[in-house]
Design a protein around this ligand. Sequence first.
Ligand SMILES: C[S@@+](CC[C@H](N)C(=O)[O-])C[C@H]1O[C@@H](n2cnc3c(N)ncnc32)[C@H](O)[C@@H]1O
Length: 250
Amino acid sequence: MENIIYHFNERSEKYNNTPLWVSSELIKNNLLKMIEHLDKRNIIDIGAGTGITLIDIVNHYNDVNLAVALDISDKMLENIKNDKIIKQCADAHYIPYNDNIFNLAIAKQSLHYMENIAQVFSEIYRILDNNGSVIIGQLMPYGNQDYDYWKKIINVRQPLRKNYLTFQFVMELLLNNNFHIESVISFRVKESLNQWIERYNNMDSTKAQLLKNLLLNAPSYYKKIYDIVCDDNDIIFYNCWYWIKASVIK
Ligand SMILES: C[S@@+](CC[C@H](N)C(=O)[O-])C[C@H]1O[C@@H](n2cnc3c(N)ncnc32)[C@H](O)[C@@H]1O
């Protein structure tokens, strides 16, 4: 876990300025819509990073009393400049809050850094109140067909990742941890290879070239699914995003 903390501490300053999924309006609007009718009095964002999601929520909805940004990287949390948000530097495997405190938990693009997701889900279940909800937003493969090649690409891009979340895997884990699935949306989010590379401070040119080759030489089914095209010295493609909403009944 130390290397993950180091990685995000190093990236923290640039993190918000890096485009595409981090600040995607499409991802944000889908989330805001998904939580519109949920009880949002006490919210916790698990792996909140620079708080980009939580800030959107507290700015958009005025029924939030308690908003906690939980993250293991203190430097990521330092970027949160919002008085309504409490910064909690902690590991999601051991959430330092009492049972039944929160009405809503969110985890956006953070679970893949966590060693034991079942333990994280059981922690989320514990801190949620009866009828509370969890919302998971995650970049995942489209399905079985692209899984192996997707894994190959993201392994090069982010070797620190601890697991390879698929839609099926997350659904099973939620059900096994007593959550009820409420709704799911999936959508395509545009990515640019150049901007993807830029997000990483220390990505060396060999690794960048390897990523480029993997995209350019992808099997035709993969190129088709991801709509891979070369454009002005860049490569454009479309990743698959999910928002999954589940509730707990205790
Ligand atoms: C890719 S960032 C996502 C940040 C934010 N959710 C967003 O959408 O911009 C992943 C975040 O998860 C955090 N993280 C990784 N492992 C964690 C853990 N075990 N407990 C808490 N946070 C963790 C990292 O420090 C990082 O800030």
